[in-house]
Design a protein around this ligand. Sequence first.
Ligand SMILES: NC(=O)c1ccc[n+]([C@@H]2O[C@H](COP(=O)([O-])OP(=O)(O)OC[C@H]3O[C@@H](n4cnc5c(N)ncnc54)[C@H](OP(=O)(O)O)[C@@H]3O)[C@@H](O)[C@H]2O)c1
Length: 277
Amino acid sequence: MLAKSVRNKFAEHELICTDVEELDITDLDAVLNAVNKISPNYIINCAAYTAVDKAEDNYELASKINGIGVKNLAIASNSVGAVLIHISTDYVFSGNLDLNKEYVETDETNPVTVYGRTKLEGEMEIKKNTDKYYIFRTAWLYGDGNNFVRTMLKLGSNKEEINVVSDQYGSPTNADDLANIIKQAIDKKIPYGTYHTTNLGFTNWYEFTKKIFEIANISCKVNPVTTEKYIEMMNIKQAKRPKNSKLSKEKILSQGIEIPTWEDGLKRYLNIELNKD
Ligand SMILES: NC(=O)c1ccc[n+]([C@@H]2O[C@H](COP(=O)([O-])OP(=O)(O)OC[C@H]3O[C@@H](n4cnc5c(N)ncnc54)[C@H](OP(=O)(O)O)[C@@H]3O)[C@@H](O)[C@H]2O)c1
């Protein structure tokens, strides 16, 4: 999903994109060969194992992609002096932080899911294997691919009412806006390190859904439910979701990077999404 936004954002640059068939990041020799051949200035890693619930029973595969794969990219970046740009997640935190507080980059990580653990492994491998890196932690991403907004648009058009969780807080993030943050970070040559990069402002999934329906003019009723109630009603087993995914953007904003609000990001996304053929 993010890869498509990055590809569009960097269309005017000399950009070489690969997918898993062309380059499996878990294969160190293949990664070294590809990187040595191209000798890029920047490597933007959008690849990951992102199935949060499935990861609970697939630690080895998730760790291979999110940990070892990222280690391979860090080793290869370092070998040619390239800057590694990597995307991480709010799931590196427990999500148990007081709801009136926001996570800052230096807060202690403490993932409570397999996905979060493996994404943290990736962050640690980068720090061990190269100095020239950006780790951009994001959250609640939507773009050109399966995502929450598309799911809600579909549900809202087919149902009269739906139940949506109202006790998890974060920042919905337009993948195009994240790609633009990456571009600005490169252009401005901000200091290497870890940054929290979501759209600005915070909401919960219930309010987010109401805003989607309001903009899209969908009349479906939205009922707020707690996470516990939702799991019970849907009779599902899922990985623990963070209650607090609020990432402070103070550090990245202090570098002069411009970031739109989540409402603005959503309006632009829906404008494209609702006007497709
Ligand atoms: N989506 C979110 O809400 C969210 C939130 C926070 C952070 N993030 C992070 O943001 C980044 C982008 O997420 P996304 O939602 O755009 O992910 P995505 O749509 O799931 O894309 C991940 C891509 O990685 C590819 N991939 C998997 N294993 C690979 C391998 N061994 N070698 C090469 N490519 C491989 C996948 O290919 P296949 O499809 O063929 O498997 C897929 O195209 C990820 O790092 C994710 O952890 C996402």
